[in-house]
Design a protein around this ligand. Structure first.
Ligand SMILES: NC(=O)c1ccc[n+]([C@@H]2O[C@H](COP(=O)([O-])OP(=O)(O)OC[C@H]3O[C@@H](n4cnc5c(N)ncnc54)[C@H](O)[C@@H]3O)[C@@H](O)[C@H]2O)c1
Length: 375
């Protein structure tokens, strides 16, 4: 039986029609559905339901997925009209959007159709964007199939494509109708993609949640791969942090920027070294710690704690960087403001802040990271 749950994210109280106030831990073991209201619209969050729930949520679904997910889950594309894009970040482009638009036209998709992105963050980003611009906007829903998309990319309404060397330069902010979380997809996820997802989990811990950081520090990736309950609680916890942040600042004029911790330099590393998003963010968080040591006098111990946790989740903690080339890419960053840039720094684990800092501070941190990381 479906249990309709209302969550007040601030109070973290959960009530159901049947049982009044119950604890989050109890609810997490069951399937559940709740609604999160963002300034621009409400989103249904559905946990613990299989793909068949799509039909209830989207009466005329058109599936958008990538070639990799389509080959792993052939029944998905057999069951519904489907658009399959090539897998990988290099296809998160305007060219792919053009091809999707052509296929939506071929399927004669009208306003009442729902475009459902089933895949990792590349798919959810481009599905959300295609839905936002096709016929000036049709509904969309997401079924994230990577850990990274479950804890981050599918949530919050940011969508878009890369352009040239710039990540996510072209896009919109628009909420999907629903997000369907089905952790059985993770059974086919390669180890490296688990690691990439954990980079974003560790990010939330760094910026908001010291107890979560401690929990991650005593566990390893295998623990969450084997313990379904712990995994679901972790996904729910990250979703709650993201929901709360986006509810307060959907258009990123304030605290939503905190979610960019590790991403400013991370995006430049991703572009320059063609690393997966999560791995680049891991390295970007370490550089951000070096920036923080200058800007907020962050204790150098934090850098070493983060390095240890990154290793526990099989994420990189060192790379020979090319500071000049990275700085060239950073100079094109959207968050740039003349010779300064909005940068997310840590005051401590669990406490982040937005600081406008000079590019020279970032450059020094990259130099220090190269030295610290490769000793
Ligand atoms: N919109 C946002 O707020 C936001 C936030 C974070 C990241 N992102 C974006 O998300 C993207 C990264 O997402 P990602 O790491 O999910 O990458 P991805 O979508 O490229 O997926 C990684 C790989 O996993 C494969 N895959 C997907 N599901 C699978 C499954 N169940 N089993 C086996 N393989 C599977 C994919 O085919 C792909 O090869 C980046 O483009 C990043 O910019 C967006």
């Amino acid at each position: 039986m479906d249990i309709l749950v209302l969550i007040d994210i601030r109070l973290r109280l959960i009530s159901t029609a049947d049982s009044g106030i119950i604890t989050a831990g109890v609810v997490l073991l069951m399937s559940m559905q709740y609604e999160v209201a963002f300034p621009s619209g409400k989103v249904q969050y559905i946990f613990g339901k299989g793909l068949q729930a799509i039909e209830r949520l989207a009466p005329q679904p058109v599936i958008l997925t990538d070639s990799h997910v389509a080959s792993l889950y052939p029944s998905l594309t057999e069951a519904y009209p489907s658009i399959i894009i090539p897998a990988g970040e290099s296809y998160k482009t305007l060219e792919t959007l053009e091809s999707i638009t052509g296929q939506l036209l071929q399927y004669q998709v009208q306003r009442k159709s729902v475009l459902v992105g089933v895949g990792g963050g590349v798919v959810t980003d481009i599905a959300g964007f295609a839905a936002a611009v096709y016929m000036r906007g049709i509904n969309c829903g997401f079924v994230p199939t990577t850990l990274l998309a479950m804890v981050d990319a599918a949530i919050g309404g940011k969508n878009g494509v890369d352009f040239g060397l710039q990540k996510n330069l072209v896009g919109t902010i628009r909420q999907p109708q629903f997000i369907l979380f089905d952790t059985t997809f993770l059974q086919t996820l390669p180890e490296i993609e688990w690691s990439n997802g954990f980079a974003e989990v560790i990010k939330y811990a760094c910026i908001f949640d010291a107890p979560l950081f401690d929990e991650l520090a005593v566990n390893h990736m295998a623990y969450y791969q084997q313990q379904q309950t712990a995994l679901k609680e972790l996904i729910q916890c990250c979703a709650t942090w993201k929901n709360q942040t986006v509810q307060e600042d959907e258009h990123e004029s304030g605290d939503r920027k905190l979610l960019n911790f590790g991403h400013t330099v991370g995006h430049a590393i991703e572009t320059l070294y063609q690393l997966p998003h999560g791995q680049a963010v891991a390295l970007g968080m370490l550089v951000a710690c070096k920036v923080s040591e200058t800007v907020t006098q962050l204790d150098g111990h934090v850098y070493h704690r983060l390095t240890t946790v990154l290793q526990q989740y099989k994420l990189p903690y060192s790379l020979t960087l090319h500071p000049d080339r990275l700085m060239d890419i950073l100079a094109m960053d959207k968050k740039r403001n003349d010779d300064k840039i909005d940068f997310i720094v840590l005051k401590n684990i669990g406490h982040a802040a937005i600081e406008t800092i000079g590019f020279d501070v970032v450059r020094k941190a990259i130099d220090n990271f190269s030295y610290a990381g490769n000793r």
